[in-house]
Design a protein around this ligand. Structure first.
Ligand code: PMP
Length: 338
């Protein structure tokens, strides 16, 4: 029994990834973040950001939490906000999956869709949300606060306090590496800080999709990106406050063509239906396993559930339009006669 949905956030299981483990001779585990109430890793950030705003006296009953998000943070914030008596106003780039937008509407978020433009553009979704928060703070009877997930370190503090502690306890301290992609950097930097505080020898790796600039930054010092990815919620082009002071031990650039077959195999062979960023993470874990050699234990993050991307990641027409490979079963019709 729990007092509310808030107690259901975190304490997610570590699931052994069979094929990845067998192929590398390592033990590779995925932290099942899709089992959070909002079905993603971002419930943790939502909880910690709202609790932090409350502690600072920035939220009163009926107050509004405003955020710019690829979707999952909006979902996490809205789950938490509804449980605590707040409203959410969510600004989302229109390119994000319909399923995430639908989930936000079902949960009762007030959704504002904006064109997807780069961060340097003043009409970027993050900047629109910041301006909107200021306006609503002045005009709403119960005020408003900007969650500001990218530069609000309450986000990564949540991972220091929970994700890292849980991984340490679940592995009994027998963890050699941790790998994750970066959206805000909260998951990667927060978990890294927490794990390194336990054992400074734990290796931390960034798994970067194409189109992101951090792989280039951490390997050459130059913030440069090329290519693109159909994954959502990850791919960063600047050092956010959540990444500040953090450097990974290894950085990998993972193309979609390497990550997606992992996602497709996991559904069919291990019963795990995951979003695209989980594929980037697992591909990164496999690379770190090869780097460290057999016998090591590596943990990564299963960020969200695959049905959130049914119209894209599991849609042959969409994948074909992006020149991405997909397995025959995805197009197949039933072989059972009725
Ligand atoms: N995967 C998905 C699907 C996400 O929505 C996010 C968050 N934007 C991430 C990974 C990355 O998490 P973080 O913001 O903690 O870097």
């Amino acid at each position: 029994m729990t007092a509310s949905v808030l107690e259901c956030i975190g304490n997610t299981p570590l699931i052994r990834l069979k094929k990845a483990s067998e192929e590398t001779g390592c033990e590779i585990y995925g932290k099942a973040e899709f089992m959070n109430p909002g079905q993603s890793v971002k419930d943790r950030a939502g909880l910690f950001i709202i609790r932090d705003a409350e502690r600072r006296g920035l939220l009163e009953p009926g107050g509004i939490v405003v955020e710019g998000t690829a979707g999952n943070t909006g979902i996490g914030l809205t789950v938490v906000a509804k449980a605590l008596g707040y409203r959410t106003v969510i600004v989302i780039p229109e390119t994000q999956s319909q399923e995430k937008k639908d989930a936000l509407r079902v949960l009762g978020a007030e959704l504002i869709e904006v064109p997807a433009v780069p961060y340097r553009n003043p009409n970027n979704y993050v900047k629109v949300s910041g301006r909107l928060a200021e306006q609503l703070a002045a005009s709403s009877p119960h005020g408003a606060v900007w969650a500001n997930q990218f530069d609000n370190v309450a986000n990564r503090e949540g991972h220091v306090a929970t994700t890292a502690e849980e991984i340490w306890a679940q592995t009994g301290g027998k963890v050699d590496g941790f790998v994750a992609a970066v959206g805000t950097g909260g998951t990667l930097a927060g978990t890294a800080i927490g794990l390194k505080a336990k054992n400074a020898d734990i290796k931390i790796a960034l798994a970067d999709p194409l189109g992101a600039a951090l792989y280039s930054y951490y390997t050459t010092g130059e913030m440069k990106s090329e290519g693109s990815s159909i994954t959502e919620g990850i791919g960063q082009g600047r050092i956010t406050a959540n990444l500040d002071g953090f450097t990974p031990d290894f950085a990998y650039q993972v193309p979609d063509a390497e990550a997606l077959p992992i996602v497709f195999d996991l559904v069919q062979q291990e019963g795990l239906c995951l979003g695209g960023s989980s594929g980037i993470n697992i591909a990164g874990a496999i690379r770190l396993a090869r780097e460290l050699g057999p016998g090591h234990t590596i943990v990564t993050v299963l960020c969200d559930y695959g049905t959130r991307y049914q119209s894209k990641l599991f849609n042959p027409e969409f994948l074909r339009s992006k020149d991405l490979p997909f397995p025959a079963w995805m197009e197949g019709t039933s072989t059972i006669a009725v």
